[in-house]
Design a protein around this ligand. Structure first.
Ligand code: ATP
Ligand code: MG
Length: 384
């Protein structure tokens, strides 16, 4: 019965040029999300969008993955005719399972002959007479029947479907996500996308020590994240890490292997980020979760780069991360049991308090710059 979707978006604090950029990107992302659906029009009025479509359910489901949308409502539009508005009010209320309701009217079109309170009262009375079992409750109603009297017609709705919030993906500049096949890094990518970061992925792969399937897993996670990027694509860099892993194996401090591996990842990430004009690296670290995520480890790992490193999960418990992973659809893929480049090479007793001095001493056995340069040169690009 609905042919129109009302889309509300944030953030109120945005002004001027930022607001324009926000809206333009949001509309681009909405268009990409609705691709293939029959859409008659998308129009912008008073800081909201109206989308005309024959298939509002599917459209609303897709918009549920578009950052920047606060909520959507299916809307019934009628002519500016009292009887038509009454009939529409009944249809909208019959569509809800509510026991109690109230009517709220707004009247931007001052030519309409009734005031907002008059119209609310009249429609409330009409609905009460027409829908059995319904009561008015002006304080805590189950649903509010919203009526807007505009120049183009009367707009009625009662459902409000919450959206993801956040900022339109891409509004904030580029960030490079270190994407493993685990649970955490895809969630870190999702939360960065939520604040408008144009996220690209970087996956380290150690073939033949890890299988082709472990790479496929990262590709699949990239594909899932691609549902939230606003472009329906996810740029993914695959870095061949085998030579570096082998070199690290030869260094006489096994407990430092993870630290050294992470320092290489950060160096390679930094070079790629500079090349691609990204402003930050992003990881799925959560403080204290494993040896490489203690404050001392993070200090020693960060010491190789001046690039900001975002760690959106730093304060989260595993259970909170898992909950988000389930909600966004990455969890099932993340728990597939393929080896990761780190699990294969993980030492028995990884250092929990590695110092920069220890790391530098261990790295003095390696041609760090040469290994990094070679790895960067061998990085492949995939668009998934
Ligand atoms: P995740 O679930 O994201 O793999 P984790 O708890 O397994 O995280 P670690 O293995 O210590 O944690 O990795 C910490 C972070 O380092 C990851 O969140 C990710 O950002 C990065 N990372 C680890 N392994 C890789 C990899 N093979 N490719 C790219 N990034 C990686
Ligand atoms: Mg991991």
């Amino acid at each position: 019965m609905y042919h129109l979707l009302l889309v509300r978006y944030g953030e109120i604090s945005l002004k001027g040029r930022n607001r324009k950029m926000f809206e333009d990107l949001l509309i681009r992302n909405i268009n990409a999300a609705l691709e293939g659906l029959s859409i008659q029009s998308i129009s912008k009025t008073f800081g909201r969008l109206y989308i005309e479509t024959e298939n509002w359910q599917e459209a609303a489901a897709r918009l549920g993955k578009v950052f920047g949308i606060v909520s959507v409502s299916p809307v019934l539009r009628t002519e500016l005719d009292l009887e038509a508005i009454e009939e529409a009010a009944v249809r909208v209320m019959e569509d809800t399972k509510a026991k109690t309701f109230k009517v709220e009217t707004r009247r931007p079109n001052k030519n309409f002959p009734m005031s907002s309170p008059e119209l609310s009262q009249m429609l409330g009375g009409h609905v009460l007479r027409s829908v059995p079992g319904l009561r008015v409750d002006v304080h805590t109603p189950d649903v509010t029947l919203n009526v807007e009297i505009r120049r183009e017609g009367a707009y009625l709705y009662s459902q409000i479907v919450p959206g993801l919030g956040g900022l339109p993906a891409g509004v904030s500049g580029k960030g490079l996500l270190l994407l493993s096949g685990g649970i955490d890094s895809p969630v870190a990518g999702f939360l960065s996308l939520k604040r408008g970061v144009a996220v690209e992925g970087l996956h380290f792969h150690s073939y033949p020590f890890t299988t082709e399937r472990s790479k496929e897993k990262a590709v699949e996670l990239g594909r899932i994240l691609g549902q939230y990027t606003g472009t329906r694509k996810f740029p993914l860099w695959i870095c061949h890490f085998t030579e570096i892993q082998k070199a690290i194996q030869g260094v006489p401090f096994p407990s430092l292997r993870i630290t050294l591996m992470r320092r290489f990842m950060m160096r390679i990430g930094t070079e790629l980020a500079k090349e691609k004009n990204a402003y930050a690296l992003i990881t799925g670290d959560s403080l204290g979760q494993v040896a490489s995520q203690t404050m001392e480890s993070i200090f020693t790992i960060n010491a190789v780069t001046n690039m900001p490193i975002y760690r959106p999960l730093i304060g989260m418990d595993k259970s909170e991360i898992v909950e988000i992973a389930r909600r966004i659809g990455t969890y099932e893929t993340s728990i597939l049991p393929y080896d990761d480049c780190c699990t294969v090479f993980v030492p028995k007793n990884p250092a929990t308090r590695p110092t920069v001095e220890q790391a530098l001493e261990a790295e003095s056995h390696l041609d760090v710059a040469g290994l990094v340069e070679e790895a960067v040169a061998r990085t492949e690009y995939l668009e998934v």
